[in-house]
Design a protein around this ligand. Structure first.
Ligand code: VG1
Ligand code: CO
Length: 547
């Protein structure tokens, strides 16, 4: 037995209500008791009446600065809380989708995932921690509200007195009565991918000379991508770039978009570009897909995967339904209509897909921010999306460009862009949104940029499974030709406010399917600025990130 110490503490504000975890500057997390307070609050909020006896907790993170210290703290606190077992990834690593997979396959009570996802790492960067439940998904709002409430009334936390455990390779040890099992972070996930995809067909693809560039951005996907793409599928060494996870992600920003993955973009736009380019984010749940000379918008990728998923063994029987977040383009809606399956529109964030997946109402879902996933886990899954794309290309014997062109000529093309304005003063951003919300209703029925506004509102979502309602999920202007402008404030930024404007329109003219998206959307982009007054109110002349 190790002794458990009870440490008096005071509430430390920090968790944003409505978010699935805590994401903050590393300096905040390094304040005394800060991490411990959150972990205790999670345990207090989710403890079953009979306690944690006999229960398993899954633990791991994306390897960023602070990961290893946090793992040791959580182990000592899990011992104090009375868990029977913790499954922790070797080196403290587990990608977010792999953590979801391990929770589900091992019948765990839940898991703690250490990551700030796409936010920069290192001592000056961000850290984060979130709780996923027994279904492997981010805690639903009722649970995050309970965790938030616990962070506000905490008076003490319990922690076992014990030295750090060695975590570098698989094995078992005891921390008091707690069994700590260090697992291979890749194994369960790789087994799951075997069940979903035809690995022989993928091996044959690479054996035939197919070239892939996978940029792991020095984040957690490196070991997964190497083990699966290079070791199992025979892709040549060097297919996985920046494949060693580093505490500061090599100084980069592990957000797989065209700005932060510019090296990959340059590779894919060059004359001798590989057949497919892909990148993943800090915790491995997102994916960027680039064809030779053709960056693909994540919304299009979702639609094309939905249209072609039946080419992979796991989805051969068809899809029960699909879902997308509200700001994601409506390209997938058109696929669902043709397939005759339901399409759900949810607020931003993966937790909203969980109920639909658990209820079997959807098989595939995704977000415009490069998150795509299916019912195989309860998180978005970057490497899975790459494998599904490989399966589609192998089965169709076509390039990504050919698949995209065929798709657009069948369904039309939803030109799409997102403009991010980062680190705005909070009051300026909030006032802008409040004024916009007040002014929107009066715009209904008006004609702007040659289109009639058919809907102008603040998006609210009623969960079709449990009836819960989530309000204020983004302001939107919807036009009679299907064009849309959406504004919302980011929930994941850690500096001031990040305001995102999302703009799309549908093009069905066969002669106009190959335009530059910024040009194709120019009139709507100008309209978005006029309606929101963004440039004038923020003094910003252009967005920080355009995707
Ligand atoms: C962003 C994205 C959202 C995603 C969220 C978490 O949120 O827009 O689509 O679900 O990040 O992703 P926000 O609130 O900043 O817009 V993460 O990679 O934790 O991979
Ligand atoms: Co992520």
């Amino acid at each position: 037995m190790s002794t458990v110490r009870r440490i008096a503490t005071q509430p430390i504000a920090g968790m944003k209500p409505g978010t699935s975890g805590l994401r903050k500057k590393v300096s905040e997390f390094e304040r005394p008791h800060y991490l411990e307070n959150f972990v205790q609050s999670v345990f207090d909020a989710v403890r079953p009446p009979e306690g944690f006896a006999g229960r398993t907790l899954v633990l791991g993170g994306d390897g960023r600065h602070g990961n290893l210290r946090a793992v040791q703290v959580v182990l000592r606190m899990a011992a104090a809380a009375g868990f029977a077992r913790v499954l922790v990834g070797a080196g403290g690593l587990l990608s977010t989708p792999a953590a979801s997979c391990v929770i589900r396959r091992r019948g765990a009570f839940g898991g703690l995932i250490l990551s700030a996802s796409h936010n920069p790492g290192g001592p000056d960067g961000d850290f984060g921690i979130k709780f996923n439940g027994a279904n492997g998904g981010p805690a639903p709002e009722a649970v995050t509200d309970a965790i938030h409430a616990a962070t506000l009334r905490i008076t003490h936390y319990d922690i076992a007195d014990a030295p750090d455990l060695a975590l570098d390779r698989p094995g078992r040890s005891l921390l008091g009565d707690l069994l700590v099992e260090v697992i291979d972070p890749v194994a369960d996930y790789r087994d799951l991918m075997h069940e979903l995809f035809d690995f022989d067909a993928l091996r044959a693809l690479f054996a035939g000379g197919f070239r892939l560039a996978f940029d792991a951005m020095h984040a957690v996907t490196g070991p997964y991508a190497k083990a699966i793409l290079e070791d199992e599928l025979g892709a040549p060494a060097g297919t996985v770039r920046n494949g060693v996870p580093l505490p500061d992600f090599g100084g980069g920003h592990p957000d797989p978009n065209l700005v932060h993955a510019h090296e990959l973009l340059a590779t894919m736009m060059a004359d001798d570009a590989p057949d497919l380019g892909a990148a993943s984010d800090g915790d491995g749940d997102r994916n960027l897909i680039i064809g030779r000379g053709l960056p693909l918008s994540p919304s299009d990728s979702l639609a094309m995967l939905a249209a072609n998923a039946h080419l992979a063994p796991a989805y051969r029987g068809g899809l029960a339904g699909v879902a997308r977040s509200m700001p994601t383009s409506a390209a997938v809606d058109r696929v669902a209509a043709r397939l005759g399956i339901p399409c759900f529109e949810t607020p931003t964030g993966w937790k909203f897909f969980g109920n639909l997946l658990d209820a079997g109402r959807i098989t595939l879902c995704g977000e415009e921010s490069a998150g795509t996933g299916s019912d195989h886990v309860r998180e978005k899954d970057g490497l899975w999306a790459v494998l599904l794309w490989l399966q589609v290309l192998a089965a169709r014997r076509q390039s990504l460009r050919e698949v995209a062109q065929a798709h657009w000529s069948t369904y039309g093309r939803n030109y799409y862009t997102r403009h991010d304005h980062e680190a705005l003063p909070l009051d300026v951003a909030q006032a802008l949104m409040a004024d916009l919300a007040a002014k929107l209703p009066a715009l209904a029925g008006q004609v702007m940029a040659g289109r009639r506004v058919v809907l102008a509102d603040d998006f609210a979502y009623t969960d079709p499974v449990d009836g819960s309602v989530s309000r204020h999920q983004g302001l939107r202007l919807v036009f009679d030709d299907g064009a849309r402008i959406v504004w919302r404030l980011s929930g994941t930024g850690t500096e001031g406010a990040t305001l995102r404007a999302y703009i799309e329109r549908l093009e069905t003219d066969p002669a106009a399917l190959a335009l530059d998206p910024q040009q194709a959307l120019a009139d709507l982009i100008a309209l978005a600025d006029r309606v929101s007054g963004l440039r004038e109110r923020t003094g910003r002349q252009k967005p920080d990130v355009v995707t």
